[in-house]
Design a binder for this molecule. Sequence first.
Ligand code: SF4
Length: 63
Amino acid sequence: MKVIVDYDLCEANAVCQKSCPDVFRVEEDDSLTLLVAEIPERLRAQAEEAVRLCPRQALRLEG
Ligand code: SF4
């Protein structure tokens, strides 16, 4: 499973980082970094929560 970010929508408010800090990191320059290419199974629930809670609907899961 991968996470896809629409960087045009993302406003770097770090909501996803709070839900799933092992996958999402907002940098000091307000850019969003994905820390893993593939979401490990143990992080699936956290990643799904991050997608659900993103206030900009900038995230989706694939695969
Ligand atoms: S929660 Fe959404 S808008 Fe906020 S940093 Fe994450 S992807 Fe961007």
